[in-house]
Design a protein around this ligand. Structure first.
Ligand SMILES: Cc1cc2nc3c(=O)[nH]c(=O)nc-3n(C[C@H](O)[C@H](O)[C@H](O)COP(=O)(O)OP(=O)(O)OC[C@H]3O[C@@H](n4cnc5c(N)ncnc54)[C@H](O)[C@@H]3O)c2cc1C
Length: 411
């Protein structure tokens, strides 16, 4: 049984590794390297992620076991304490904001009082129709208007009232009243999820990626342009020259239908409804900080976060990535970063392709229709853009493990 895996990002590499003992696998990857959007780049003696930050952790024990036993041993990772901040009112507040009310009280007692009053009296219903309502229900109006709504408007490039709230459950720490009030006493909280994360001791996430890709049959610089099912051979033909019994696609779901011959118009049109955002990043030398991330809700800045990637490393380096949603020019990024004396010198610049899927009001119905279609067709969808979801690397591995188990059972 020959399995064609379209795309050599974390998802494609993971499923190939999991299937290779049972099937003849082959990965088709358009770039000259594996790892997709998780891959790092080295410039001027520094290594960074052109797309995002890409630290690693997982709540799935099976994922951690797979990584430690089959990819990169536990002792080859550093454990780093998450130390995120929020740049607000010219202050550096501790993330998550709902636990930094004590800090806010230090400079604006009235605002802190309003946050507390709102949080104490907020509705506890669970019937929000959009992301704005969801934030207001979970955190109250003051915190929502202060931080959650402006920040989310930036990262979605859309009003939160236009976003479906389904994606957010489980993605954010939600305080109950008890932990909220406990944090007022201590000024910090210690039960936050994702409090620690892992980064390879080599100070380069490519170490993990390259281990994941080790000894896998990958055809690099191979762009999938067409896919066709050949009824005579019962095989999938890729680019009219490669034949597979089974296909796993990690390619973006909005593009896949147009690669397949005879796709119905309605499916092509549905795929066009899927929205996504690109990100533009700039790498900077910076001042020293203890933070690992800084979030910036300020609507006047195009930058929505700093990733202090140098603090993922040991020894630390004073380098920071600035991230902005959409396509920005080098000058826009340089000028925006230049407003903050913390950022010293721009070193590199990158505009991504797919970075964030957008959960607007159409996404749920559109993805369902597409997934049903591909399920009937017998093409297996996998990964962040393959399944069109907010997956981190660990969830991509988890999904690969589930799919591998299903495929092994079926044959
Ligand atoms: C800004 C940002 C920050 C993030 N931070 C983190 C983090 O800190 N921790 C974490 O765990 N996760 C993080 N993630 C999520 C993580 O990047 C993804 O979950 C994961 O890398 C997705 O892997 P994938 O294989 O599904 O997709 P991709 O990485 O997109 O892989 C798809 C592959 O398909 C290839 N391809 C596309 N089209 C074709 C074609 N036509 N022919 C052949 N090949 C093709 C691409 O080149 C690519 O290699 C972040 C994501 C973003 C955008």
């Amino acid at each position: 049984m020959r399995v064609g895996i379209l795309g050599g990002g974390i998802s494609g590499l993971s499923i190939a590794r999991l299937l290779k003992e049972n099937f003849s696998v082959e990965i088709l990857e358009s770039k000259s390297e594996a790892g997709g959007i998780a891959r790092t780049r080295s410039v001027a003696g520094y290594t960074y992620h052109p797309v995002g930050g890409h630290c690693f952790n997982s709540k799935h024990r099976s994922v951690m076991e797979f990584v430690y036993e089959h990819v990169l041993k536990q002792e080859e990772w550093n454990i780093i304490k998450r130390n995120a901040g929020i740049k607000l009112h010219g202050k550096d507040l501790t993330y998550p904001i709902e636990y930094s009310v004590k800090e806010i009280a230090g400079y604006d007692p009235g605002l802190a009082a309003s946050i507390i009053a709102d949080f104490s009296t907020k509705k506890t219903t669970n019937d929000s129709k959009n992301l704005e309502e969801w934030f207001r229900q979970k955190f109250g109006d003051t915190l929502s208007e202060l931080y959650f709504l402006p920040y989310n408007k930036k990262i979605w490039n859309m009003e939160p009232s236009e976003i479906n709230p389904d994606w957010v459950e489980g993605k954010l720490p939600i305080p109950d009243r008890e932990s909220f009030f406990r944090s007022l006493g201590k000024g910090e909280v210690d039960e936050m999820t994702h409090r620690y994360f892992l980064y390879p001791k080599t100070n380069n996430q490519n170490t993990f990626i390259d281990k994941l890709a080790e000894k896998l049959p990958i055809v690099y610089n191979y762009q999938v342009l067409s896919i066709e099912y050949d009824k005579n051979t019962n095989k999938w033909q890729v680019n009219g020259e490669k034949a597979y019994d089974l296909l796993v696609s990690t390619l973006p779901l909005n593009l896949l239908p147009s690669l397949i011959s005879n796709t119905p118009e309605v499916i092509i049109d549905t795929a066009k409804k899927l929205k996504y955002n690109k990100v533009t990043t700039m790498l900077w030398t910076s001042e020293k900080t203890e933070r690992t991330w800084t979030y910036i809700p300020d609507q006047h800045s195009i930058i929505h976060r700093y990733i202090h990637i140098g603090n993922y490393f040991s020894p630390r380096q004073n380098i920071t990535i600035t991230e902005s949603i959409g396509t920005r020019t080098y000058e826009e990024m340089r000028i925006a970063g230049g407003q903050d004396p913390f950022l010293i010198k721009p070193l590199d610049f990158h505009v991504s392709n797919h970075a964030y899927v957008v959960f607007d009001k159409e996404y749920k119905e559109a993805t369902k229709r597409l997934k049903d279609y591909f399920s009937r067709l017998g093409i297996h969808l996998l990964g962040r853009f393959g399944e069109w979801d907010y997956f981190n690397m660990d969830e991509c591995i988890n999904r690969s493990m589930n799919l591998a188990m299903k495929l092994k059972k079926g044959f």
